[in-house]
Design a protein around this ligand. Structure first.
Ligand code: A3P
Length: 320
């Protein structure tokens, strides 16, 4: 079996080195795989999990485009499943469910059976690139979508702040907009990413629960109830009476999480033996606002994004 793993890894490395590459984001090398731009360091994990991942029917996949509120989604799903939101005071939300491609990118195939059941697994992989086993299994997917203008602003700050010893100079926002609009960003293009999950959620609502960051911000309790039902853990009358929903929302809120020492100090990702990917724990919390793009964009930039959305989402029913 070890030989098999070794051969598969070698084969993946060869495949990756033949893929188109882009270094526009400086700190972040991207490779084009099946129509999407993946961080090069993560691609071995994507290929490995396509080969090795065996979903079970009770798995819940927490999926998002990077910088769309994954941290929030993980915190909420964790609090809903454990009914112990206070545990978020001692656990970084990113550690509440493993990011699959990071987990699989390490030197060994991880043992996911060790995770508590039902497993919560997170990923940024586009729907069409997920292994067929995930499409075919009764496992469920919760997708969190965010307005791409805010996603770009968040990505821009995140990548500029990424930890790397030989720090690269900061990129101007205009350049980031240019790259992002061409799909040249982690897991981009964002529009295709969102559309794939949207269409699957329309086709199979039992398979994909499609949520929006903006709706979560507007009425978190309503979305938490939807999530809980979808996860097969609806709130009982007693829990409703005791204010459990409000507690989950409160302990998962940006204000609460961003103020905790556990989320402020140190690097995340060191344990994956992918040191070049190490990211400051605090960088998952910036300001957590809807519409922050208005502070950064010119009218032309906004129109460019909106025109792409109109074109790509035309007649899909998906709007931001
Ligand atoms: P901003 O950079 O716009 O502030 P991800 O978790 O997918 O990496 O996304 C990070 C974005 O989600 C950041 O957006 C971050 O501030 C925001 N975020 C993190 N935790 C949040 C929370 N509990 N509530 C709302 N937004 C949150």
């Amino acid at each position: 079996q070890k030989d098999d793993e070794f051969r598969a890894r070698q084969h993946h490395e060869e495949e990756i080195s033949s893929l188109p590459r882009h270094e526009g984001w400086r700190q972040l090398s991207l490779r084009l795989y099946k129509g999407f731009w993946f961080p090069e360091a993560i691609l071995p994990g994507v290929l490995s999990l396509r080969h090795h991942l065996r979903p079970t029917s009770s798995d819940i996949f927490l999926v998002s485009f990077p910088k769309s509120g994954t941290t929030w989604l993980k915190a909420l799903a964790f609090a809903i499943s454990t009914r112990k939101p206070e545990l978020l005071q001692s656990r970084h939300p990113q550690d509440c469910s493993p990011n699959l491609e990071t987990f699989f990118a390490g030197p060994r195939v991880p043992d996911l059976d060790a995770l508590p059941s039902p497993r919560q697994l997170s990923t940024h992989i586009p729907y069409s690139v997920l292994p067929k086993s995930v499409h075919d299994s009764p496992c469920r997917i919760i997708y969190l979508c965010r307005e791409p203008k805010d996603t770009l602003v968040s990505t821009y700050h995140f990548v500029n702040g990424m930890h790397r010893p030989e720090a690269a100079p900061q990129m101007p926002l205009t350049e980031a907009v240019e790259l992002f609009c061409k799909g040249l960003t982690m897991y981009g293009p964002v529009w295709e990413h969102q559309l794939e999950y949207w269409q699957e959620s329309q086709r199979r609502p039992e398979k994909v629960l499609f949520l929006k960051y903006e709706d979560l911000m507007a009425d978190p309790e309503a979305i938490v109830r939807r999530m809980a039902e979808y996860m097969g853990k609806p709130f009982s009358a007693a829990e409703e009476m005791n204010g459990m929903v409000g507690e989950i929302v409160r302990f998962s809120s940006f204000e609460k999480l961003s103020g905790l020492e556990i989320n402020k100090v140190g690097l995340w990702g060191k344990e994956f033996d992918l040191d070049h990917l190490a990211i400051k724990k605090s960088s998952f919390f910036r300001n957590g606002k809807v519409g922050d793009w208005t502070e950064h964009f010119t009218a032309e930039m906004a129109e460019r994004f909106d025109a792409i959305a109109r074109d790509k989402f035309h007649q899909s029913g998906l709007t931001h």
